[in-house]
Design a protein around this ligand. Structure first.
Ligand SMILES: *[C@@H]1O[C@H](CO)[C@@H](O)[C@H](O)[C@H]1NC(C)=O
Ligand SMILES: *[C@@H]1O[C@H](CO)[C@@H](O)[C@H](O)[C@H]1NC(C)=O
Ligand SMILES: *[C@@H]1O[C@H](CO)[C@@H](O)[C@H](O)[C@H]1NC(C)=O
Ligand SMILES: *[C@@H]1O[C@H](CO)[C@@H](O)[C@H](O)[C@H]1NC(C)=O
Length: 184
């Protein structure tokens, strides 16, 4: 996956205001929801409370006492996407992204995996269409309204809700290696 390819392709399909800058380091990327005419169109896909959301802020943490400087942590940044997917974090051990048994997209707490009782899938992610779309098991995503936000589910998951708004995860090139020290 070449940053130049992504940049060129995105520039062709996104409105001028949303054209991302080319990546300077690493292979990290953000995500925006694409479904023209729907309320979720062009919403960023954000990590918050071990789930992913549209129309909800990114939640991150910087341990000021032990770390002198952290990434800004305002945006949700992913890395990988070749079968497995992670959050682009500086914290040792990283944070892995998974699809939970209820079909929702989730992520592990720092330094750890999910609790042993949870049945989650860490594999099946892929970057498609020259790297501009993230899919899970060859399918897109579903946004289910909860309050004023929308929770993200994988459409291919067995137990995914059927009553949400479908959307495509459009990869948006990032400009920093890490999105946050860690996401909460
Ligand atoms: C700690 O880091 C956060 C950013 O994560 C920043 O907003 C806050 O001001 C910092 N606190 C101190 C005491 O430096
Ligand atoms: C994805 O991972 C597989 C197995 O590790 C590897 O053979 C393949 O080259 C990778 N594809 C990309 C695009 O990096
Ligand atoms: C784990 O979840 C998958 C998908 O929902 C399901 O097919 C499988 O039976 C579950 N396994 C266990 C041990 O609960
Ligand atoms: C959507 O489906 C879920 C179960 O999959 C249910 O809990 C929820 O109430 C449904 N919401 C609406 C608006 O139908």
């Amino acid at each position: 996956m070449k940053a130049t390819t992504i940049f060129t392709t995105l520039a062709a399909v996104l409105p001028a205001c949303a054209v991302p800058t080319a990546r300077s380091t690493g292979d990290s990327f953000g995500g925006i929801a694409i479904h023209s005419g729907s309320p979720v169109h062009l919403s960023s896909i954000n990590a918050n409370g071990n789930s992913f959301w549209l129309n909800k802020e990114t939640s991150s943490y910087c341990p000021n006492t032990t770390v002198t400087s952290c990434p800004q942590g305002k945006y949700t940044s992913f890395t990988g996407g070749n079968n497995t997917l992670s959050l682009s974090v500086e914290v040792p051990g990283g944070q892995r992204v998974y699809v939970a048994a209820d079909g929702s997209l989730g992520y592990t707490i720092p330094h750890g995996s999910v609790s042993g009782s949870q049945n989650v899938s860490y594999t099946g992610f892929a970057l498609k269409d020259s790297g501009i779309h993230l899919q899970y098991k060859n399918a897109d995503w579903i946004a289910v309204p909860i309050g004023t936000a929308y929770k993200v589910y994988a459409a291919a998951a067995e137990n995914a809700p059927k009553n949400g708004t479908s959307f495509a995860f459009r990869v948006q090139a990032g400009d920093a290696a890490f999105g946050a020290w860690e996401y909460l």
